[in-house]
Design a protein around this ligand. Sequence first.
Ligand code: UDP
Length: 467
Amino acid sequence: MDPKPPSPPHVLIFPFPAQGHVNSMLKLTELLLPAGLHITFVISAKDHDRLSRFTTVHSRLNSYPGFRFHVIHGIYEGTMDTDEKLTLMIDSMPKVTTPVIRNLLLESKVTCFIADGIMGFSLDAAEGTGVPVMFFRTISACAFWAYFCIPDLINSGDLPFQGTNLDERIVNVKGMEEFLRRQDLPSFCRSGLNNHFFQEITTVTRRTTEAHALILNTFDNLEGSILSQIQKHIPNIYTIGPLHSHLKSRSTSQSTISSNSLFEEDKSCIDWLNQQPPKSVLYVSFGSLATITNDQLTEFWYGLVNSGKPFLWVIREDLVRENNKVPCELEEGTKERGYLVGWAPQELVLAHPAVGAFLTHNGWNSTLESVVEGVPMVSWPFFADQQMNSRFVEVVWKLGVDMKDTCDRGIVENIVKEVMEVRKDEFVNSGRRMAELAKEAVSSGGSSYRNLDRLIQDIKLMSARSG
Ligand code: UDP
């Protein structure tokens, strides 16, 4: 009698329940499934429900016999726009999810556990099960490295900040000595050493050294010098991004964009974009978590209208903390040149020929989506890793201008004009070069392409060894 064929490797994937995390870990899932891996994707009930309502993810993934969602109930479902609320979420997660994860690891013959590296308790949940844990971080390598260096910055006296001058230089993050300022460090560094979230993110980032490997949604030609710094502490890194572009390049299906939106996309903006001249439109979005005050809304609004550029603006239902009425003196300019939506099909928008620049909060997914399309950026980072990303956009990659903490109407108007008129050719050219490098990375033989193959082979080897 022939021996029973070995069962395929089984990977447990567990993202933090937020748009950027769920999105990129679903893209990773879609890249792993065609290699014959079985995947259980752990998801909160709220996100599962939203994906069912607003995307085709179920039909896409359920076509693989080895795929299933495992839905967890009882996870915090509120907003996460402040340190306090983020802390609430982060603190509630281990309690609710650890028993479930542990049970899955023990009962479901899991080969490897790919956990969102922001959830250090995943290592504890896996302890004693014999299942190797890989950390997937959804942020840039530069932001990861800054988080990793925080204990060194405390030792060197850079943290906590003495005084209020955020322009002061930081020279103790290796690889960034030439250009880093206090204001470029992850936003939690401004809150003081006792801030709970600051402590949590510092500890969890250092705990990456306990994981079997680190997976990052980036590519070597974008962040090579920083990656080599990280590699001194974490030797096994798989850089496999930009994931959305990687998925498109390996996809055999006609539909090239796999939306994982937790909000309903308003596709009418594509018809509006179709009527605009090439590279004329400023696309404005602050992602899924950022919130702004009514004053900030007003300043942005004046800046956008006064820049004279057509603009497509994502004003999420919960973007503005107070109310979001258009100032009446701006109604005319908005009607003439603006188009507002509650949520956009962003990958489609950034790929549209009418889009000339992106006013972004520099969430890592948004940043990479802009890089891939060669769209220049006006950066207005909101929190967490975004302050680092915007610095790299301006001084390292030279893909745009970093507004940082200001959003005065005059500054918005001037920087939009700087990016879309005065220095347009410069940014379009550097954007085009970087977009080519991104596409190379995910094409056959490119660095991310090879790293994904290596990741798949390594998981298969783990499975063969565990027999
Ligand atoms: N996004 C979208 N439509 C929008 C705004 C955002 O599809 O109107 C998507 C965007 O393409 C990205 C994700 O939401 O993939 C936001 O992730 P990011 O890391 O940029 O920011 P976060 O929401 O985590 O702050």
